[in-house]
Design a protein around this ligand. Structure first.
Ligand SMILES: [Zn+2]
Length: 167
């Protein structure tokens, strides 16, 4: 190796190191969730932010919550919290639902599954006097009507993070 080539090799290695370090920094600045499909990340982050606004500290990445968008074959099921040995708290959101659902519906279903997978909540089919569901932890088979929208989601999120489980 000539001196020139040697210097060039060193310089190139140094450049690679710098680029690699720069990338590491970038990853720390933009929150990412290992084992979670990228399209779910903003909802995972929102789940943490809404909790923080209510004084509940949640880090889904540290907790190892995973999630994917895939076809769910069970009829009428749009989301699941799955407990596999390798992924003990795994959110699955149905692909067909994902393709057609509104942003509010996606948020409600993901938050519901995180309610199971992270908050360890079970179902609550309590109804309000107008027949709408008292909680987004409704089973979907309890006869209450889903009514999660911009105007009333704050109350649903208060209930999600801070409700005392009766069962
Ligand atoms: Zn459920």
């Amino acid at each position: 190796m000539t001196n020139f080539n040697f210097i060039r090799t060193i310089a190139f290695s140094l450049l690679i190191t710098l680029v690699a370090c720069g990338k590491d920094t970038e990853i720390q600045l933009n929150k990412e969730y290992q084992g979670v499909d990228v399209e779910l990340w903003s909802y995972f982050e929102k789940f943490e932010k809404e909790a923080a606004e209510r004084g509940v500290k949640i880090d889904l990445a540290v907790a190892g919550i995973t999630g994917t968008n895939e076809k769910i074959h069970a009829h009428g099921t749009v989301g699941l919290c799955n407990h596999r040995l390798d992924q003990p708290n795994h959110v699955i959101i149905d692909l067909n639902f994902w393709a057609s659902a509104s942003d509010n519906s996606k948020e409600m279903i993901i938050f519901h599954e995180l309610g199971h997978c992270y908050l360890e909540r079970s179902h609550n089919d309590n109804k309000k006097s107008d027949g709408t569901c008292a909680s987004i932890m409704r089973s979907g088979r309890g006869g209450c009507i889903d009514f999660y929208n911009k105007a009333n989601k704050a109350a649903y999120l208060d209930e999600l993070y801070t409700a005392e489980e009766s069962n």
